[in-house]
Design a protein around this ligand. Structure first.
Ligand code: PLP
Length: 364
């Protein structure tokens, strides 16, 4: 299909950053116009931390998480190579994204999900996009091993973040941050699960930085990278794989991260850290984001904010820094966890009559 639009709206990460991505004129671009996400100032977090804090809101991507940035590149390359089916292991968001992009490219999406561990909305996404769904008797790490084995032996392309095209697409988020701010921030904070995203941001910041005098990049410097895991699924903090990862933040419930070496390099080369926050801190941060900043994110997405607040409150965050925190996925991805945290919802029951309603609601 010929692309006829003259729209000046955001064209998706491949067209916006084509010269920095592994695509050619022969690559069929499979896009839902992902990326171009808002960098939203966070006044409450800025006040709490005495810093200038921005949130990179990835929940506004087409399937509700940052996974779409990598999927547009991975599926476009799979299409170029003639793939007819793709496979991924997922805690929910990768499968939602893979299914959407695969059907758009006319491919069969095969998704491997840990038995009973996927939120209803994420499962629904895989279903409505026509995913071939396997409920695997095991955890995410088992699913990923199985996905790799299937892709090795059978005619199906692997689109997990071990596929380098995924990270190539995801690095565009760092480009966007620099394009918005005019330079890299002092500090970039984000959740860490399979560790693809922290690796991709570091790749993006590095590529966008002027190393060669004759080829100056848009950024003059790179940020320190701070990653936060859930305490029950924190292999980087323990220094090795965790066999039975457990956390309410299902998108980072991963015990054996695929991008181990890249994430360690991002941490160390940037002078950063990877630490853990408790589920309680994650849920409290999720609530603060909703109640103070007006942004509803899924639990895993709040891990970076939880970590930033924790470091600030324990006196380990220098004031005056410019900070970007990635909030990775939309709150509507997991409404059950959020609702449970708030407890029973007790609305004011009012008559359909203004005076009485105003009285009951404290307006009169
Ligand atoms: C995938 C995902 C993460 C974790 O990203 P990794 O690249 O696996 O470290 C965090 N939050 C959300 C919402 C995700 O979908």
């Amino acid at each position: 299909m010929a692309v006829v639009t003259q729209s000046r709206l955001w064209r998706g990460v491949i067209e916006e950053y084509r010269d920095r991505l592994p695509v050619t004129a022969a690559t069929p671009v499979v896009t839902l116009r992902e990326g171009g996400t808002p960098l939203v100032p966070a006044p409450w977090l800025s006040e709490q931390t005495s810093c200038e804090v921005y949130l990179k809101v990835e929940g506004v991507n087409p399937t509700g998480s940052f996974k779409d940035r990598g999927m547009t590149v991975a599926i476009s390359k799979a299409a170029e190579e003639g793939a007819e089916a793709v496979v991924c292991a997922s805690t929910g968001n990768t499968s939602a994204s893979a299914a959407a992009y695969a059907v758009r490219a006319g491919m069969r999406p095969v998704v491997l999900l840990p038995d009973g561990k996927i939120s209803g909305p994420k499962l629904a996404q895989a279903v409505v996009h026509g995913g071939v769904i396997a409920s695997v008797q095991g955890n995410f790490d088992d699913c990923l091993r199985l996905a790799r084995e299937l892709a090795e032996t059978y005619p199906v392309a692997l689109v997990n973040s071990v596929n380098p095209y995924r990270l190539a697409g995801q690095k565009t988020a760092a480009f966007e941050v620099v394009d918005d701010l005019g330079d890299a921030p002092d500090l970039h904070v984000l959740p860490v699960g399979n560790a693809g995203n922290i690796s991709a941001y570091w790749l993006g910041y590095s590529e966008y930085t002027a190393y060669a005098a004759d080829n100056p990049g848009p950024a003059k410097r790179r940020p320190r990278m701070w990653g936060f895991q859930a305490a029950g699924a924190a292999p980087f903090v323990h220094g090795g794989p965790v066999s039975a990862p457990e956390t309410v933040a299902s998108a980072i419930r991963i015990g054996n991260p695929a991008s181990w070496d890249l994430a360690i390099a991002a941490r160390d080369d940037s002078g950063g850290l990877i630490d853990a926050v408790t589920d309680e801190q994650i849920l409290a941060a999720q609530q603060e984001l909703s109640g103070r900043e007006g942004l509803f994110v899924e639990p895993a997405s709040a891990a970076g904010v939880a970590g930033l607040l924790h470091y600030s409150r324990t006196g380990r965050l220098d004031a005056g820094q410019r900070i970007v925190v990635t909030v990775t996925g939309h709150g509507l991805k997991d409404v059950d966890t959020a609702s449970a945290y708030y407890g029973e919802i007790r609305p004011y029951v009012v008559p359909a009559q203004a005076d009485a309603a105003a009285k009951a609601l404290g307006l009169a």
